[in-house]
Design a protein around this ligand. Structure first.
Ligand code: PLP
Length: 389
């Protein structure tokens, strides 16, 4: 059966061109990039090239503002703990209520350690509560960390505006841009952020590699201590093949941003969304329709459970998600939808469809053919539907 893969916010296919770029560095050019001999040390050039490719995608001013990490979770944790350790007298940190667990968990840990923590809420469209943010930030705030685009709804936050306010109060600004990079222009200079996290496998790079952008001059404490790699900012032997793959993925992502690919993805996403709304009653689209990444739609089907919908879709080879892949497995409705105030009977039946440049019109047509009868069948047997009737 053909797989119709609409779960690209969970992970993407590693592009064949990326795999090709990485291959020589596993078994042929396998030397340690920190070695004195040319066989290993020669790999330093490949790392430098990848650093330039990632810096170009983010419009970073200097390539050495890019630190390679093992994943975005590591980049996020590094940013949070670096900020609080660099400003030990400050005891207040701010984030949003809809972050990925990679930010939520370190913030909750710091709260338990005695930090004052504000999780800024969102409105029913998932928009950041700027008024609340302005009212809680003060000179004691060490860090503001707010995601660029939401993993579940695709809603894009006004990062430049948030960063400006953070800086006016002397706080550092970090953004988790995992779901924005490669989908919309991400310009660290225009946004004015001090730190930014990204992950290779979310934009057709390999899994197990990420990066932290660290603006030159920003106070920093490393999370991984040990060797001198990455200018003492992230110890551990450089993973040359994965770093090369991340660089190639960044180069390809930059092309897709300018050649109309992302606009084509948005057309397919909109066709899917409109088709669902036209064919199925009691459906609600979650997220800010005006500020959204082009590949994501999050749809709530009232009175049924998302997990059941996913199981039926799976029978047709259709892969989607009922929330963030990292948190599915729990039957609690997503914290993002709860923060948006989506009613219980809708939040439970939410499905995220996330497209990529490999998504075809035939994929969307298949979903639009198979989904309405699935929803009808599930509603017939749902106790919630009977209560609502
Ligand atoms: N941040 C966001 C917004 C994400 O969507 C994810 C993955 O789903 C992560 C962080 C974690 O990324 P990684 O798997 O590279 O650690």
């Amino acid at each position: 059966m053909k797989v119709v893969y609409l779960d690209n916010n969970a992970t993407t296919q590693c592009s064949p061109a990326v795999v090709e770029a990485m291959l020589p560095y596993f078994a042929e050019q396998y030397g340690n990039a920190s070695s004195m001999h040319a066989f290993g040390g020669g790999n330093r050039k490949a790392i430098d090239e990848a650093r330039k490719q990632v810096a170009a995608l983010l419009n970073a001013q200097y390539a050495d503002e890019i630190i390679f990490t093992s994943c975005a979770t590591e980049s996020d944790d590094t940013a949070v703990f670096s900020a609080v350790r660099s400003f030990p007298k400050k005891k207040h940190i701010i984030t949003s209520a809809v972050e990925h667990p990679a930010i939520m968990a370190p913030y909750q840990y710091l709260e338990a350690q005695g930090y004052r923590v504000d999780f800024i809420g969102v409105d029913e469209l998932g928009r950041f509560d700027m008024a609340r943010f302005k009212s809680v930030i003060d000179e004691d705030t060490a860090l503001v960390s707010v995601m660029w685009a939401n993993s579940e709804t695709g809603t894009v936050f006004p990062i430049a505006e948030i960063a400006k306010i953070a800086h006016e109060h002397g706080a550092l600004m970090h953004t988790d841009a995992v779901q924005a990079v490669g989908k919309i222009p991400v310009d660290v200079q225009a946004a004015g952020v001090d730190m930014l996290s990204l992950s290779g496998h979310k934009f057709h790079g390999p899994k197990g590699v990420g990066a932290l952008y660290l603006k030159r001059g920003t106070r920093f404490m490393p999370f991984m201590m040990g060797g001198h790699q990455e200018k003492h900012r992230r110890a551990g032997t450089e993973n040359v093949p994965l770093i090369v793959g991340l660089g190639k993925a960044a180069e390809l992502a930059q092309t897709r941003l300018s050649d109309g690919t992302n606009a084509r993805i948005a057309v397919l996403r909109d066709k899917l969304e409109q088709g669902i709304l036209a064919a199925i009653p009691d459906v609600k689209v979650n997220g800010d329709p005006e500020h959204r990444v082009p590949n994501t739609t999050n749809v709530s089907f009232g009175y049924i459970e998302g997990e059941s919908i996913l199981m039926y879709l799976n029978d047709f080879g259709i892969c989607a998600s009922s929330g963030s892949a990292c948190t599915s497995g729990s039957l609690e409705p997503s914290h993002v939808l709860r923060a948006m105030g989506v009613p219980f009977q809708f939040a439970h039946g939410s499905i995220r469809f996330s497209l990529s440049d490999q998504t075809t019109e035939a994929d969307i047509d298949l979903v639009l053919k198979e989904l309405p009868p699935i929803i009808e069948r599930l509603r017939k047997i749902s106790p919630f539907s009977r209560l609502a009737a």
